[in-house]
Design a protein around this ligand. Structure first.
Ligand SMILES: Cc1cc2nc3c(=O)[nH]c(=O)nc-3n(C[C@H](O)[C@H](O)[C@H](O)COP(=O)(O)OP(=O)(O)OC[C@H]3O[C@@H](n4cnc5c(N)ncnc54)[C@H](O)[C@@H]3O)c2cc1C
Length: 419
């Protein structure tokens, strides 16, 4: 079958690879000059099923309201901005801020994330992919007893859903990650280890998967902007681009935060809104003082990952539209916290700052599956966990196109849940 995948981020590229492996004739369209150059470029570098807890929870509205006037808050939401897309998304988000919805949404996300981790491991085994991966787990550190208690509560829920975590003392944290020794003595109250989670460079991963895909015959048309889709009552008939049209048999939409604009051209409303985040990457000058295991600092809402001789620090979320400007006020806390935890690890004076737009749904669950058009599939809205869920999502799409029942239950993952 002739299939067009729209978007060469980590989600689209991985989908193209799995479709080519299944024998399809695949073309990927992307406006950038290469794969993974937008949100998949310099993210937190974690394969973190352990982060399946959705943003929308019973305490989120109060917490977000407290942060509203703090320009460097971990989550910044300013509802008075003139932005009907944000208000509509925000109302759906509020409806998900209950204990019951949070549990359902965590279950759905975890279903995809755990499956995806297994699919990634199998892919790595059969292709020998290399992307600075570290497979020793993710360590979550806590600085307050209250947050640690909440973390242990979530860990109990995650364990019941198939993701066990180990509870650690500060001394255990320092033993596992010697670079944390000072913080463990002065600041930490405990940690949780997700032993089966991983880390690595999502951009390198995307580039390497694109090479594997190209070797299987996938055509990558870079520098091509998709303008819209055309459809008759039942099917997509044409993809309109700035460089000629495409008329494939099937289309997979994976345009990250830009998916809603293109879906709208055929009357589909996708509740995907960009949550802007930042990262800094620094060269490690003192390897013994830099972390080896990937760390999530739960009290600061930040992650640290070791990528060879670099350290990546990522975090913060701002619901402020599609603006891609680098705001120094939002970047400063990343540098500050890295310098406080690992003061002598890196050349902090010479950092690469980056921003990306997480394609976020109101319930933190991706939009995966079929549409009312028989040849249009959605693989988008992966929010904070796009790399974590990319391989599993790609397999689901490949199974759906083959007419096979996917290996995970798709209940609650499709667009119909927002109807
Ligand atoms: C600070 C930060 C930290 C993160 N940390 C993690 C993490 O640790 N682990 C994790 O799993 N996830 C993480 N994420 C989320 C993850 O990076 C995203 O979910 C993921 O990159 C989304 O991939 P995507 O392929 O859907 O979108 P993208 O990577 O944005 O790809 C979409 C592609 O579509 C193309 N495109 C868009 N519009 C058009 C158009 N009209 N025509 C042609 N091409 C178009 C773009 O050029 C782009 O290449 C993080 C995100 C941020 C911002």
């Amino acid at each position: 079958m002739k299939i067009a995948v729209l978007g060469a981020g980590v989600v689209g590229t991985t989908t193209a690879y799995f479709l080519a492996e299944a024998g399809h004739d695949v073309t990927v369209l992307d406006r950038r000059p290469g794969p993974g150059l937008e949100t998949s470029f310099a993210n937190g570098a974690q394969i973190s099923a352990c982060h399946a807890k959705p943003w929308a929870g019973p305490h989120t509205p109060l917490q977000a309201a407290k942060w509203m006037f703090e320009p460097d808050a971990p989550l910044l939401f300013r509802p008075w901005r003139w932005d009907p897309a944000l208000w509509s998304w925000g109302l759906k988000f509020l409806r998900n801020c209950t204990t019951e919805r949070a549990r359902i949404n965590m279950d759905r996300t975890l279903r995809v994330a755990l499956y995806s981790r297994d699919v990634l491991k199998a892919l790595r085994q059969r292709t020998n992919l290399q992307y600075d991966q570290v497979t020793s787990g993710i360590l979550h550190i806590y600085r307050s007893r209250e947050a640690f208690a909440e973390g242990r509560e979530t860990a109990t829920d995650l364990a019941a859903l198939g993701l066990p975590q180990d509870v650690l003392t500060p001394e255990d944290c320092a033993k596992l990650e010697p670079a944390l020794a000072h913080a463990a003595r002065t600041d930490l109250v405990g940690g949780l280890l997700s032993p089966d989670d991983e880390s690595g460079d999502a951009h390198t991963f995307t580039v390497e998967v694109a090479k594997l895909a190209a070797a299987r015959g996938v055509k990558f048309r870079y520098g091509v902007t998709v303008k819209g889709l055309e459809a008759n009552r039942t099917s997509i008939t044409r993809i309109v681009t700035d460089q000629g049209d495409e008329t494939p048999d099937a289309v997979v939409l994976s345009l990250g935060s830009y998916s809603p604009a293109i879906a709208r051209s055929v009357g589909l409303k996708l509740p995907v809104y960009p949550a802007k985040g930042y990262s800094i990457s620094v060269e490690i000058t003192n390897p013994d003082a830099a972390p080896t295991i990937s760390i999530t600092d739960e009290s600061k809402f930040m992650v640290f990952s070791r990528l060879g001789n670099r350290m990546r620090v990522a975090g913060t979320a701002e619901l402020a539209g599609w603006d891609m400007g680098l705001n120094p006020v939002r970047i400063a806390p990343l540098k500050r916290n890295a310098m406080s935890l690992f003061p002598t690890a890196a050349a902090y004076g010479n950092l690469n700052a980056w921003t990306g737009l997480r394609p976020t749904t109101p319930d933190s669950v991706p939009i995966l599956g079929t549409t009312r058009y028989d040849n249009l599939l959605l693989n988008t809205g992966h929010g904070t966990l796009g790399w974590t869920m990319a391989c599993g999502s790609a397999r689901v799409i490949t199974d759906l196109i083959a007419g096979r029942v996917p290996e995970i239950d798709l209940e609650g993952l499709g667009l119909e849940r927002f109807a």
